[in-house]
Design a protein around this ligand. Structure first.
Ligand code: ISL
Length: 566
């Protein structure tokens, strides 16, 4: 196996809570995942990434970990895990764990010990600080810095016992670990080795570029509402590369070729990404960047979405493709458990559901980089369509609602923003079939299945050669079959065209041309595909597979064509 095998691999993300329930408690579990491996094998994916399954109070659906070496009883046991891992391997796939080590749960024994006393040997495993000078503990504004947490409100919470504050960039139940402390780093590396020794094939590293903070901790630029933006003071911080190189030496050395590692890195620039992913630097294989999924955020942030500006989106893709052309590697994704469903967001889930889902898939999967498919994306699952605040479960959405209300945003606008952007959109149960609760559970699902599962489901699509799922399967097979998909150069075509997304890939005389109409209007795309054969098309097998000639590719709404020249 080549050491960069993951360049021609496709990763499938499982969010266990919403994938498949096996015991009727309404929450997905490990036995449920085992029972659905057929689907993943049918799809042809190479790697499965599991969102967190560790023991957790579930304040952030498992991204708050209380024991890194135990499985949460909701999901099963370590024996269930070993059985799942063995099944995945037996089917020729790999399994990647989520590594959440910027923070733990406040119920992790490390934090309990740290909190127990200012003199605890683990006190400086986390970030503890006295109130701001001149302030009493608990007084408004007494937080050591003005940072806003990702989930609204201050990033510091007071511990009444000691009168000190602890830092949490996310939920108060997710205190940040202090990576400056070598004991913390050693404990994390030991835990990672334990999982690798158990047989797992790598890690997706949660917010790994937030682990090094600029010292001393200071205030960020003021934000509306009184808090400040600490982001530049903890993202891509001064020691982040040093820490990742140390992790690589301590954990991955000698096992590199078999593993896949991906850093989740909000706010990462192309320059940083090259540093994170240049193989010569031995940090991670690839990172998740956010520019293309932040493209529709508005002046009031993510819950103030703006219509897609396709030219801007293409410019972002183009820049990332170029920046990592020589050194480093891209991850490619539209969806994950934090993002709304792409067919509802950038596609048209009303009038051109299947075509737009396929068009977006093709445009993503044929770029240079490793594609990630988020559960349900491969069947074109849509946003949840919630209309009232009590339908939401995600702490980010619930807190944002309160925050935006306090800033006087009208309620209907807030609810529109949540309906478009909330993370719960990605977390409704996978739609396996048309039975009650979409075949996800025999009990009451923790989040209801979307009503369109009556017609939008995996069972129906696996029977249908023209389905969205069949199209994803073809794209995945194409990456495995034709070298140019994984390894070819990338050239953007028609960068200024507001409707067409077109590009070319080239390798040793083989040329792949992707031409997609990402609009509801017919267009004529000035792309020369002279002498090329049409190898993939999103308008059904019945459509004519012509060989185009005259330097114009005519495209119906959302029509997408992929041509190959040998
Ligand atoms: O979804 C987001 C808010 O809009 C992102 O900012 C997200 O919080 C960020 O990408 C980090 O995400 C990861 O870490 C979080 C966890 O809630 C997310 O689910 C995880 O993907 C804290 O562990």
């Amino acid at each position: 196996m080549a050491s960069d095998w993951w360049k021609s691999a496709v990763v499938y993300q499982v969010y266990p809570r919403s994938f498949q329930d096996s015991n009727g408690d309404g929450v997905g579990d490990l036995q449920g995942i085992r029972s659905r491996l057929d689907h993943l094998e049918w799809l042809g994916v190479d790697v499965i990434w599991l969102s967190p399954i560790y023991a957790s109070p579930q304040a952030d659906n498992g991204y708050d970990i209380a024991d890194y070496q135990a499985i949460d009883p909701t999901f099963g046991t370590l024996d269930d895990f070993d059985a799942l891992l063995a099944d995945v391997h037996a089917r020729g796939m790999k399994l990647v764990m989520d590594l959440v080590v910027n923070h733990t749960s406040d119920e992790h024994p490390w934090f309990l010990e740290s909190r127990s006393s200012p003199r605890s040997p683990k006190r400086d495993w986390y970030w503890w600080s006295d109130p701001r000078e001149g302030f009493e503990a608990g007084q408004p504004g007494a937080e050591p810095t003005n940072w806003r947490s990702f989930f609204s409100g201050p990033a510091w919470t007071l511990d009444e016992e000691s009168g000190q504050y602890f830092l949490h960039l996310f939920h108060p139940k997710q205190p940040d670990l202090n990576w400056e402390n070598p004991e913390v780093r050693e404990a994390v590396y030991a835990m990672m080795r334990w999982w690798l020794d158990r047989g797992v094939d790598g890690f997706r590293m949660d917010v790994i570029n937030l682990i090094s903070k600029v010292l001393p901790l200071t205030d960020g630029e003021p934000l509306p509402g009184g808090l400040g933006n600490g982001f530049p003071l903890y993202a891509n911080g001064p020691r982040v590369h040093e820490f990742l190189q140390e992790m690589h030496r301590e954990v991955f050395a000698g096992r590199e070729g078999e593993l896949i590692t991906v850093g989740e890195t909000p706010g990462v620039t192309t320059d940083h990404a090259v540093l994170f992913t240049d193989p010569a630097r031995a940090e991670v294989d690839m990172v998740f960047q956010f520019e293309h999924v932040d493209v529709d955020h508005g002046p009031a942030g993510k819950f103030d979405p703006q219509p897609l500006d396709l030219v801007r989106l293409k410019a972002i893709v183009h820049r990332w493709q170029e920046a990592l052309a020589e050194r480093g590697w891209n991850s490619l994704y539209w969806d994950n458990h934090d993002q709304p469903r792409v067919v509802s967001r950038f596609g048209d889930d009303r009038d051109h559901w299947a075509e737009s889902a396929k068009a977006l898939a093709a445009v993503l999967h044929l770029q240079r980089g490793t594609p990630y498919v988020y559960q349900g994306e491969e069947i074109g699952m849509t946003n949840a369509g919630f209309t009232s605040i009590d339908q939401y479960r995600d702490v980010e959405a619930l807190n944002a609602y309160d925050e935006l209300r306090a800033l006087d945003m009208p309620e209907d606008r807030i609810l529109d923003g949540l309906a478009a952007m909330s993370r719960d959109n990605a977390r409704t149960p996978v739609q396996w079939d048309d039975s009650p609760h979409a075949g996800f559970t025999t009990g009451t699902p923790w989040l209801p299945a979307t009503a369109n599962h009556a017609w939008l489901n995996a069972a129906a699509q696996r029977e249908d050669p023209d389905s969205v799922a069949a199209f994803y399967r073809e794209l995945i097979a194409l990456r495995h079959r034709i070298q140019v998909v994984a390894h070819g150069d990338f050239t953007m075509l028609l960068p200024e065209d507001p409707r067409v997304f077109a590009y070319r890939r080239e390798l040793d005389g083989t040329r792949l041309t992707v031409v997609a109409n990402l609009s509801g209007e017919p267009v004529e795309a000035p792309v020369d595909v002279h002498g090329a054969s049409l190898i993939l098309h999103n308008r059904g097998a019945a459509a004519t597979l012509t060989t185009a000639g005259a330097g114009i590719v005519p495209l119906e709404p959302w029509e997408t064509r992929v041509y190959l020249t040998d």
